[in-house]
Design a protein around this ligand. Sequence first.
Ligand code: C5P
Length: 237
Amino acid sequence: MGVLGRTAALVPAAGRGERLGAGVPKALRLIGGTPMLVHAVHALSASRAVDLVIVAAPETEVDEVRALLAEQAGTAEVIVVTGGATRQDSVARALINLPHDVDVVLVHDAARPLVPSEMVSAVVAAVRRGHDAVIPALAVTDTIKSVNADEDVIGTPDRSSLRAVQTPQGFVRSVLQSAHASANDDSATDDASLVERQGVKVHVIPGHEEAFKVTRPIDLVLAEAVLAKRRATRAIG
Ligand code: C5P
């Protein structure tokens, strides 16, 4: 990369969150009294490595999300756009709105509200050191099986070579844009998989336990506990 441009973080936040139970869209569920999406945007903008955040909001909640984020502004500029029917579509809609002076792009799930800002900065630093695509990941602790349609086991991959992947994932802008432009369906569950299909090398850096994805009701309990622990640590410190 030549002259340094700005770094933008795209936040797909348009999921309905059905696995969490009925109610408000997942990104607006409260943790410690604050919507998940607000935690996520704060974590990104607190990293200093991020200049701009583009949120893809549920179609019916765009105005509400705009008001919520205007009120709780951090240091980074925040833009809210309408999300799509799938995660990949939501990311693509945010990508269209990237200003010209952005050269590094992160994609971060709103559903990972408690990502430490240090991890966000580490992803950006690894891209700026020369990696085209960077993902944070953890070793898996469960043994993973492959199954067929009848739920019969067809294989047990070697656990030591498996990683559970988190976000933010970081990319050189042109790499992410061409991967999205070449995608021939919209089923990708992360952005690195689109980049992999282009034959681009994806580099893994250490993830963090607190960057877990809030998906099931138990994850909300864990998120509340992590937040309470952080608040208690701050009160003591
Ligand atoms: O479905 P899952 O929990 O894996 O979603 C990951 C992220 O993608 C969430 O932050 C969710 O809000 C977002 N998403 C989206 N648009 C969709 C579906 C999911 O922005 N249509």
